[in-house]
Design a protein around this ligand. Structure first.
Ligand code: SF4
Ligand code: SF4
Length: 308
């Protein structure tokens, strides 16, 4: 199981022999899926449930897309352009809009690279793709599980499209698949100013609340319009007054107060309690369904907070 996971979802370091890569720190955090694949008995879903949620066609398509991610690296131009014009950035944003993803920009901190992994570039285009509201409202349900898998696949396709678009325009790119890519996407989405993490550990954005999946495309473009600001920090204070996800989580996996993990990261989630429920209950997602930013919406909550 672990070998299959590492072959399909990039847990194997693709660039072991490349001297120019950016390598993870010694004490880097471990990828969540890597932990789950290592102990499938503890965290995995029963065969019958897995069969209902993961139809073979989507698995084949997803594997094809992961392979495309790897093969596309060979298409990077030998001497890529390094600076993008304003017009090109506008075109990139139009391209993202057209294929249904929101994007933001960040510089990759080494701490965001998972243990044992390495990447080619430190300039990041972060991608966020919405998940179907109706299916999330059914959570936990087989249909919720299916939409999670479908979104992972679709976002993988779109990440590859954005990488292709960059390469066609003379830049170099490395698409990182949303399922088991080499870097943690949530801290990057925060750095990109796209949203802020809720107590459930998910990034809450104005467009989708917590109801989305993240991925990234790394590129050699050195002048991405990176913003230093994040206007969503107020979410942290709102969360302190709420706590609905803590109350509703079926695994009792969301903590009132953040804990510090072995790798130094702070989190409100006890993975050991979340993973078994996530695995057994079709990707659970009760914390997304119950989050006030999903139920009421970002704009309305912001207006209420600002009135006080
Ligand atoms: S996925 Fe389910 S078990 Fe995990 S934190 Fe969310 S609600 Fe809790
Ligand atoms: S349910 Fe409440 S506490 Fe939990 S993440 Fe959403 S807003 Fe924050």
């Amino acid at each position: 199981m672990e070998r299959m996971g590492s072959r399909l979802f990039g847990m194997k370091n693709e660039f072991e022999d490349n001297p120019e890569v950016i390598k993870a720190n010694e004490n880097a955090p471990e990828m969540g899926f890597s932990i789950a694949f290592r102990d499938p008995k503890k965290y995995g879903m029963s065969f019958s449930k897995r069969r209902k949620m993961l139809n073979p066609k989507i698995i084949i398509k997803m594997v094809r897309e992961v392979n495309k991610t790897k093969k596309s690296l060979k298409k990077n131009p030998p001497e890529p352009k390094q600076e993008a014009s304003k017009e090109f950035i506008n075109e990139l944003e139009e391209c993202a809009e057209l294929i249904g993803v929101k994007i933001g920009y960040a510089k990759l901190p080494k701490e965001a690279i998972f243990k044992g992994q390495s990447v080619l570039f430190e300039n990041v285009i972060v991608l966020s793709m919405e998940m179907d509201r109706e299916k999330i409202d059914m959570a936990p349900h087989v249909e919720t599980g299916k939409i999670i898998v479908d979104t992972y696949h679709e976002l993988g396709v779109r990440g590859n499209k954005i990488a292709e678009f960059l390469v066609k325009n003379g830049f170099a790119a490395q698409a990182c698949h949303p399922l088991g890519g080499p870097i943690g996407y949530s801290p990057l989405a925060m750095l990109a100013g796209m949203g802020w993490h809720g107590r459930h550990g998910l990034i809450i954005t104005p467009d989708f609340g917590p109801r989305h999946r993240l991925a990234a495309v790394l590129t050699n473009i050195t002048n991405l319009p990176i913003t230093e600001e994040n206007e969503h920090k107020w979410i942290e204070n709102y969360c302190k007054t709420c706590g609905r996800c803590i109350e509703k989580c079926p695994g009792k996996a969301i903590l009132e107060t953040a804990i510090t993990q072995d790798d130094g990261r702070k989190t409100h989630i006890e993975m050991d309690k979340c993973f078994p429920v996530f695995g057994e209950d079709y990707g659970c997602s009760v914390c997304i369904k119950e989050c006030m930013f999903h139920r009421v919406g970002y704009d309305k909550l912001k207006a209420i907070v600002e009135k006080k």
